[in-house]
Design a protein around this ligand. Structure first.
Ligand code: FES
Ligand SMILES: [Fe+2]
Length: 354
C-alpha cells in the first residue's frame, strides 16, 4: 500500500510532451560537419546549409545510410553512399547518373530555428504556434558565457529534479558553489506557477560566500545570496548570485554583486536517456575580469559531479525497480514540475485521441 510522502521510483520519464520547442544543440557545434542526434526518440541529422540550419530524418531514402555520414554542400546534404543530394526541407534535388529525381525521393524534415546561439527543434505532431523562446543573455554584453553538451544515461526527469532542488549544492558541490548544509536545507522555498511555467525562489541572506563565488568577486564578508529557477518544460533558467550583505534588495532586478545565469536545455533522447545543453554566463567584476573564466570552469565541474550522482541514482533505481521513494520538504519544486510535465503530456495525448 502506498502512503502519503511515498512515490514509487520510476526508471523512465513519463510520456513526453512533444508539442514544444526543444533544444537540439548550439550554433557553435554546427560548422561544416553534420551532427547525428536522437531527440525525443527521433534520429535526426542537423546541418548548416548556405541558407540556414536544417534538421532531417537521419536516413537516406535510397538505401537507408544515415545521412549524418554524408557531406554538407552549399545546396544541402549529400549522402555518403551513392550521392543523393537533399535540400533543407528534405527533398532530394539531385541523383548522380540520372537526369530526373523520383518524385517520392525525400525524407522527413523538422522545423529547426537558430536564435541566441541556440538551435531549437520542433518534433511535435501539431504545427508550432509560437516562435522558440528568446534567451537574450547570450547577446547581452554585460555577460560572458561558455557552454557544453553532456549526454546522460538517465531520464530527463532526474536532471529536472536535480536542477529544481538546489539544496543538493550543500552535499554534491561543497567544494565549489555549495555552502553550509544547514543553511541550504532550511532556506525557505517559494514556488509560483504561471501556466506551464514554474518559478522557484530560494534566498539565503547573510551567508558565507561559497568558494567559487569568492574567486570571481571581492566580497567584503557575508553575502546575501539568491537562486531563482524558472522551469519551462523543455529548459530551465537559473539565475543565482550574491551581493555584499545589506547592500541592496534581493527582489531588485538591477541588484549588484555577482550574477550567474544558467541556461539548461534538457532534451530527452529516449525515455531513459537525455541530452543536457548548458551555458553559464557571469558578469565580470571590473577589478577581476579574468576570474569569470574560473567561475564558469568551476560550474562546469559541478555538472560533472551532478552527472555522476544522477547516473548512479538511475542505475540504482533500475536495480531496485518499483521500490518506494519517500518525499521530503525540498522536493516541493521537483514534484510540482513533475505534475506540470504529466499534465502537458496528457493534454497532448488527449488532443490526439479526440
Ligand atoms: S544510400 Fe544514400 S544514396 Fe544510396
Ligand atoms: Fe548540481
Amino acid at each position: 500500500m502506498k502512503h502519503d510522502g511515498e512515490a514509487t521510483a520510476r526508471t523512465s520519464s513519463p510520456a513526453l510532451p512533444k508539442n514544444r520547442w526543444h533544444v537540439a544543440g548550439f550554433s557553435w557545434e554546427l560548422q561544416r560537419q553534420p551532427i547525428a542526434r536522437t531527440l525525443l526518440g527521433h534520429p535526426v541529422v542537423l546541418f548548416r546549409a548556405a541558407d540556414g540550419v536544417a534538421a532531417l530524418e537521419d536516413r537516406c531514402c535510397h538505401r537507408h545510410l544515415p545521412l549524418s555520414l554524408g557531406t554538407v554542400e552549399d545546396r544541402g546534404l549529400r549522402c555518403g553512399y551513392h550521392g543523393l543530394l537533399y535540400d533543407a526541407r528534405g527533398a532530394c534535388i539531385e541523383v548522380p547518373g540520372q537526369a530526373t529525381v523520383p518524385p517520392r525521393a525525400r525524407v522527413r524534415s523538422h522545423p529547426l530555428r537558430e536564435q541566441n546561439q541556440i538551435l531549437w527543434i520542433w518534433l511535435g505532431d501539431d504545427e508550432a504556434t509560437a516562435p522558440p523562446p528568446d534567451y537574450g543573455v547570450h547577446d547581452d554584453d554585460r555577460y560572458r558565457f561558455r557552454g557544453g553538451v553532456v549526454h546522460y544515461d538517465a531520464p530527463s526527469q532526474l536532471v529536472h529534479d536535480n536542477l529544481l532542488d538546489l539544496s543538493h549544492l550543500a552535499y554534491v558541490h561543497l567544494k565549489t558553489i555549495g555552502g553550509d548544509p544547514g543553511l541550504h536545507m532550511h532556506a525557505p522555498i517559494q514556488v509560483e506557477q504561471s501556466g506551464d511555467t514554474l518559478r522557484i525562489v530560494r534566498l539565503m541572506p547573510d551567508s558565507d560566500p561559497p568558494p567559487t563565488y569568492g574567486l570571481a568577486w571581492p566580497f567584503a564578508g557575508k553575502v546575501d545570496r539568491w537562486q531563482e529557477i524558472e522551469f519551462h518544460g523543455s529548459h530551465l533558467l537559473i539565475w543565482a548570485g550574491a551581493m555584499d550583505a545589506g547592500s541592496g534588495a534581493l527582489d531588485d532586478p538591477d541588484r549588484g554583486g555577482l550574477h550567474i545565469r544558467g541556461f539548461h536545455g534538457v532534451t530527452p533522447e529516449t525515455e531513459t536517456t537525455c541530452h543536457y545543453f548548458w551555458t553559464v554566463a557571469t558578469n565580470p567584476h571590473p577589478g577581476m575580469p579574468d576570474m569569470t573564466d574560473a567561475i564558469r570552469e568551476q560550474v562546469e565541474l559541478t555538472f560533472n559531479e551532478d552527472k555522476a550522482v544522477i547516473e548512479a541514482q538511475h542505475r540504482n533505481m533500475r536495480r531496485f525497480a518499483g521500490a518506494p521513494a519517500v518525499d521530503i520538504r525540498v522536493d516541493v519544486g521537483p514534484n510540482r514540475a513533475r505534475r506540470l510535465q504529466a499534465e502537458a503530456a496528457s493534454r497532448t495525448v488527449n488532443a490526439h485521441q479526440t
